[in-house]
Design a protein around this ligand. Structure first.
Ligand SMILES: *[C@@H]1O[C@H](CO)[C@@H](O)[C@H](O)[C@H]1NC(C)=O
Ligand SMILES: *[C@@H]1O[C@H](CO)[C@@H](O)[C@H](O)[C@H]1NC(C)=O
Ligand SMILES: *[C@@H]1O[C@H](CO)[C@@H](O)[C@H](O)[C@H]1NC(C)=O
Ligand SMILES: *[C@@H]1O[C@H](CO)[C@@H](O)[C@H](O)[C@H]1NC(C)=O
Ligand SMILES: *[C@@H]1O[C@H](CO)[C@@H](O)[C@H](O)[C@H]1NC(C)=O
Ligand SMILES: *[C@@H]1O[C@H](CO)[C@@H](O)[C@H](O)[C@H]1NC(C)=O
Ligand SMILES: *[C@@H]1O[C@H](CO)[C@@H](O)[C@H](O)[C@H]1NC(C)=O
Length: 471
């Protein structure tokens, strides 16, 4: 009885042991062929990882993960950037991405990111042959060709990171079928054509980054309805049309970049208090936007950095700007903004950078600006300020070190109080004014100065020797 039990136990142990060995030793022939072809496609591997891929125990190979019960390969993790406990190493692989990778039919994760020299194309059959794929990272390589239409079959896909390659063609509308997709990163490629409307079906999308391609046409109308979106970047394309945010459910969004396109129309958002409650970074510069900055702009209370520069915006700066108490950087230069700087500007106590140059802003400057205790850079050049003199209270701002007051109607001599500013002057542009007298020798004591522009004034002077001290 006892020996029978023992016998069963021994057999069981041996059986389990063999099962274990089987997992270790015998790789599925398909997986093995796929990996060997992948290795053979790569001619240089500075990480040395592939050189150690020998024998047939592919589950033991570096960068390979297998599922225990099936023994099938589920992950290929060979990112170019290798991090160990205390060091980072950027490796490189040169060669072609083998299409045999589709033989590894149980794959869930492919991470071949930032190998730089990896060329070739994405296998056209990927969508049919790798149905379990959750993460596909092929970014930072040298891949060409299109994203295959079959990509839309990868119903489990959560992350698609193909950025920083030379991929081309249009973005297949079948991507709209990937209902589990969280991150779609296609930036810095050569994608052209229109952005497919089907992207607005991706209700789980958190990050949508298509910047620096050659996309044309409109931004999909219903983009404002993606409830989970946090990061939206369409900048540096050739998009046109309006910013479709008149209806918005983008409650999670914190980053919205659409600069350097040909977008037109007015800024229609936010409609009401509570819209875009998380929006922190907004870049709309270098477009063709017209109309005024809406009064409701003051509802975007999470804004930190805003650029509306180089558009065709007109009208006054809304008083509600003062509600944006988290604002650190505001770029409004290169528009047709008029009226005076609103006194509410003084409430932006976090503000570090303010540029309103090249507009039609009139004087006088509100004393409220002297509340901006953190302001480091102020650019008011080329407006209709007609300041006559540089306000002394402005120069006394404790953090101000970069001052641009070109074309501001400043008369008289270069004022002495510029010698003793609370913060060391770094940049001073007083060009295109009516300054008279001479260039003061004390300029040579502004030891932190690296930009000084006094051109196009009426100064009559030698250039003081002390200037040579401004190393
Ligand atoms: C790395 O750190 C882990 C835990 O922090 C430790 O177990 C392991 O031995 C370390 N590896 C090396 C190579 O130092
Ligand atoms: C990328 O491919 C191009 C040719 O298609 C080649 O000229 C270039 O050197 C490759 N870049 C790298 C980093 O291998
Ligand atoms: C979005 O999904 C709906 C239903 O879920 C479908 O009817 C529609 O065709 C899809 N739109 C696009 C553009 O794929
Ligand atoms: C916005 O979200 C609300 C609540 O989640 C929903 O009822 C409404 O239909 C959405 N609006 C649009 C235009 O999608
Ligand atoms: C700005 O703040 C004031 C007072 O805090 C509030 O009454 C007003 O509705 C706000 N306006 C906007 C557009 O945020
Ligand atoms: C600018 O201001 C000066 C002095 O305040 C005044 O004499 C002059 O007319 C103003 N110029 C313009 C164009 O408003
Ligand atoms: C100096 O000012 C003039 C006139 O505003 C401008 O054209 C020039 O580019 C400026 N130079 C530098 C170095 O900023």
């Amino acid at each position: 009885m006892c020996s029978q039990v023992l016998w069963v136990l021994v057999m069981f142990t041996i059986f389990t042991f063999m099962e274990g060995r089987k997992v270790v030793e015998a790789c599925s022939p398909n997986d093995l062929k796929g990996l060997i072809d992948l290795k053979n496609g790569i001619v240089i591997d500075t990480s040395g990882r592939l050189a150690k891929w020998v024998g047939e125990s592919c589950c033991q190979w570096e960068g390979i993960v297998c599922e225990k019960t099936t023994g099938r390969v589920t992950e290929i993790n060979l990112p170019g950037l290798i991090s160990t406990n205390d060091s980072l190493f950027q490796s490189q692989m040169t060669g072609l991405l083998s299409h045999s990778i589709t033989l590894l039919s149980f794959l869930e994760v492919i991470d071949l990111g930032e190998l730089y020299g990896l060329a070739g194309t994405i296998p056209p059959t990927i969508g049919f042959l790798l149905p379990n794929l959750r993460k596909l990272y092929l970014y930072g390589n040298n891949l060409t060709g299109p994203i295959p239409e079959s990509i839309g079959k990868l119903s489990k896909l959560q992350e698609l990171a193909l950025h920083e390659n030379s991929l081309s063609g249009s973005i297949p509308s079948s991507i709209g079928n990937l209902e589990n997709l969280n991150r779609l990163l296609l930036y810095t490629n050569r994608f052209s054509g229109v952005t497919p409307d089907s992207l607005t079906n991706l209700t789980n999308l958190v990050e949508l980054d298509l910047h620096s391609n050659i996309l044309t046409g409109h931004i999909p109308d219903r983009i404002g309805q993606l409830p989970a979106l946090k990061n939206l970047d369409f900048s540096n394309n050739q998009l046109s049309g309006k910013i479709p945010l008149s209806v918005t459910n983008l409650t999670a969004i914190s980053v919205m970049y659409m600069d350097t396109n040909n977008l037109e129309g007015s800024i229609l958002f936010p409609l009401m208090s509570g819209d875009l409650p998380s929006l922190a970074f907004l870049r709309l510069h270098d477009n063709q936007l017209s109309g005024t900055i809406p009064l409701n702009f003051g509802y975007l209370i999470s804004l930190q950095r805003v650029s509306l520069a180089n558009n065709k915006l007109e009208g006054a700066l809304p008083f509600s700007l003062g509600n944006l108490s988290s604002l650190t950087e505001l770029y409004l230069n290169g528009n047709f903004l008029s009226g005076q700087v609103p006194t509410s500007i003084g409430k932006l106590s976090q503000l570090l950078i303010l540029t309103i140059s090249n507009n039609l802003i009139q004087g006088p400057l509100p004393r409220a600006i002297s509340s901006l205790q953190n302001l480091q850079m102020l650019d008011l050049s080329f407006n209709r300020l007609n300041l006559s003199t540089i306000p002394k209270w402005l120069i006394e701002l404790p953090s101000l070190s970069r001052i641009y007051l070109a074309g501001s109607g400043i008369q008289g001599q270069v004022p002495d109080f510029l010698q003793t500013t609370p913060s060391q002057l770094q940049e001073l542009d007083l060009s295109v004014n009516h300054l008279t007298g001479s260039i003061p020798p004390w300029l040579g004591s502004l030891s932190h100065l690296y930009l000084l522009n006094l051109s196009r004034n009426s100064l009559v002077s030698d250039i003081p020797d002390s200037i040579t001290k401004l190393t």
